[in-house]
Design a protein around this ligand. Structure first.
Ligand code: NAP
Length: 336
């Protein structure tokens, strides 16, 4: 219904990470806007910044955490302009401040449905109201794929996690397992060595999707042990994680590995539901756009992780957001 002036906290274990919310403003009565942006990750915040700067009345809806997937990471070292790297939470706060400085407002609402009205306006129905927008930028990001094994849902929050930054500090001097072979798994495995006694990186192949640079860094970390060609078939434990059952896919061997936590990073699934029946999707359920971020429906754009794109980084998400906002500006001025 409204933004809050209290800090928005992400439980960061021993240290609270704060993403500061903007000014408090009353329930929004005027819900006719130029651009409605759904999602306040790097793509949505950058779209808000560019839309605001272009003089468009723009609001950003966010149902959860400002910063999206970036909140789940600790350190960003590949965002231009920060040669020594930057804490993810600091980068998010800067992006948020930048968007707000140019007039974008973030509202805590969950967008449920987009309808295209006869006059071309878009009606966005949320959990607490309706908006009318000339253009909509969908920046809804992605969520973590599940392994789908016994113990995974039962022990979530009790050793099973998708967030090393949030939960890593709870496993000081413990043995933990990380599952996956992409950038997320490898970078988070490296991060977890700050706390854990040992990090087992379990990957189903012997080749990594992660950038070579990260893989080399993990290989050189004495606390990380690679367990390759191996899948997790079960997560064991009564009230908390006590171990995993591993299966070597080449040899068929099955064994149990005791551990206190399992961090699962096996890919991201686009949060594209809101565009079902409106846009086209690739085989991953990511929204297909052209290079102007257009979905094919005039005035509806998709940006960031929700979009079908070969690279999912904060910088590409930000770039998508900038393009979409400028295309929306041009679309709106043509309506006049
Ligand atoms: P990803 O690149 O899609 O990698 C997913 C990994 O999980 C792959 O190694 C895959 O194995 C494995 N996997 C998938 N399903 C599995 C299953 N059912 N059981 C076991 N393993 C499974 O996902 P991500 O690492 O989350 O990265 C997502 C995007 O964010 C990527 O574009 C990545 O570059 C970006 N990212 C960037 C950074 C950075 O520092 N710049 C950090 C994090 C993420 P296969 O290889 O065998 O398919």
């Amino acid at each position: 219904m409204f933004t809050q002036d209290i800090p928005f906290n992400l439980k960061g274990g021993f240290k609270m990470i704060e993403i500061k919310m903007g000014e408090f403003f009353d329930e929004i009565k005027d819900r006719d806007v130029d651009v409605l942006i759904i999602g306040a990750g790097p793509a949505g915040l950058t779209a808000g910044m560019y839309a605001g700067r272009a003089g468009l009345k723009s609001f950003i809806l966010e149902k959860g955490t400002i910063g999206g997937q970036l909140c789940l990471t600790d350190w960003v070292e590949d965002y231009p302009g920060f040669p020594d790297g930057i804490k993810a939470v600091e980068l998010i706060n800067l992006m948020k401040k930048h968007a707000e400085n140019f007039g974008a407002k973030i509202v805590r609402e969950e967008a449920k449905k987009i309808e295209i009205l006869d006059n071309g306006l878009k009606k966005v129905i949320t959990d607490s109201g309706e908006w009318k927008a000339k253009a909509v930028i969908v920046a809804t990001g992605s969520y973590h794929r599940k392994l789908g094994v016994k113990g995974e849902s039962e022990l979530i929050g009790r050793g099973v996690s998708n967030c090393a930054v949030c939960d890593g500090p709870f496993f000081k001097e413990k043995d933990v397992v990380v599952v996956g072979g992409g950038d997320s798994a490898v970078t988070e495995a490296i991060y977890l060595t700050r706390f854990a006694k040992k990090v087992y990186l379990v990957h189903r192949r012997d080749k990594f999707r992660a950038q070579k640079f990260y893989v080399e860094r993990a290989k050189n970390n004495p606390k990380i042990e690679f367990i390759l060609d191996t899948i997790v078939t079960e997560i064991k434990g009564e009230n908390k994680v006590e171990g995993v059952v591993l299966k070597n896919v080449k040899k068929g061997e099955i064994r149990e590995l005791p551990c206190s936590a399992v961090f699962i990073f096996i890919g991201l699934i686009p949060n594209s539901e809101i565009l079902k029946g409106i846009a086209k999707f690739d085989d991953r359920n990511a929204v297909i756009t052209n290079d102007k971020m257009e979905t094919g429906v005039p005035g509806i754009y998709a940006v960031g992780d929700v979009r079908s794109t070969p690279l999912r980084q904060a910088v590409t998400a930000a770039s998508d957001g900038a393009i979409a906002a400028m295309m929306a500006e041009s679309y709106i001025s043509d309506l006049k």
